[in-house]
Design a protein around this ligand. Structure first.
Ligand code: MG
Length: 324
């Protein structure tokens, strides 16, 4: 049998690997390890597919779809341990609140002072949309840090910190949802990050709007004190009633960010330590399923998004996650 030569690209380097036709994906990964020092278990061969799915280690190369250049993502053990040490040295304090605080949340939402603050934000702050909203679409609002991107780890290229399946997720969501990205940082940073990740130039979807920290309001909630949150009312007011709590869903790793709109929020599992979790994190695959499963629901407030996995199970389309 003839040999196969595969071009592989990793961290900007490209090299060729030749192996027999009847070799499997794992053999390819072992040879890639010899070139890169990245263990096979850490390697992600981005565009090597077996049908619609990523090919697994046992698949024969002759049976998988091999692109012209195989993109490999993965880090050496050395890089991973140095990042882990840095992360240990700088632990992050996350002061999110508990689901049990539902009554207190209702007080925050209906507090006239907070509603007044929201109205002021609506009147004083504006960001032009990047793309017009589309008729008949629901709205998906996405956080960036730890939701789509691990902003705490370091890497040569931001792609290495991107949550796995981000573009696939956005592509599929876009069919039924307008997408707005709202981050508690500055607009400059948001634009740079989204451009670097290719989110603003992907031909398969368009982002309706980027929203930054300036549209947030500060609220007080016992016993957590004062914090800033993302009131969806700001977005709704900017789009003339097109969106409302009935057709909006928001993903954020911090529950406090949707304290003004608890029924719209879905607390996503945070994506941290990208180098270690790149191989297993498939939260966006599951959430894609969920978005598609609820796309025809008339009133999203009837759902409890915290039980999204249960919802998929009930619909006979469970998300079997590889995350521990
Ligand atoms: Mg976040």
């Amino acid at each position: 049998m003839a040999d196969i030569t595969v071009a592989v690209k990793w961290q900007g380097k490209q090299f060729a690997i030749t192996l027999p036709c009847d070799a499997d994906v794992l053999s390819l990964e072992r040879l890639i390890e010899a070139e890169t020092n990245v263990l096979p278990s850490r390697q992600k061969l981005l565009n090597v597919k077996s049908g619609p799915k990523m090919a697994d280690d046992t698949a024969l190369l002759s049976s998988v779809k091999l692109p012209k250049v195989v993109m490999m993502m993965g880090s050496t053990e050395q890089a991973i341990s140095s990042i882990a040490v840095a992360a240990e040295a700088a632990p992050e304090v996350v002061d999110d609140f508990d689901v049990k605080d539902e009554d207190v949340v209702v007080d925050v939402m209906s507090n006239p002072e907070n509603i007044e603050k929201l109205n002021k934000r609506i009147a004083k702050y504006d960001v032009p949309p990047l793309n017009p909203p589309r008729d008949g679409k629901k709205l998906l609002v996405l956080d960036i840090d730890y939701t789509l991107f691990d902003h705490r780890s370091t890497a040569e290229h931001p792609h290495e910190l991107m949550r796995p399946y981000l573009h696939e997720f956005l592509t599929q969501a876009y069919e039924h949802y307008d997408i707005i990205i709202w981050s508690a940082t500055g607009m400059k940073w948001i634009e740079v990050k989204m451009k670097e990740l290719g989110v603003l130039s992907n031909p398969n979807y368009k982002i309706t709007q980027l929203v930054d920290a300036m549209a947030m309001i500060e609220v007080a909630m016992k016993p957590y004190g004062n914090f800033k949150c993302k009131p969806l009312g700001w977005i709704w007011a900017k789009h003339g009633g097109r969106y409302s709590e009935k057709n909006t869903i928001m993903f954020d790793d911090l529950r406090r960010n949707f304290v003004m709109n608890p029924s719209c929020g879905l607390k996503i599992r945070p994506f941290r330590k990208a180098h270690m979790n790149m191989d297993t994190d498939d939260e966006l695959v599951g959430l894609t399923k969920y978005l598609l499963a609820i796309k025809d629901e008339e009133d999203l407030t009837q759902l409890r998004h915290s039980r999204w996995e249960r919802y998929l199970e009930k619909k006979g389309n469970p998300h079997i996650s590889r995350m521990e």
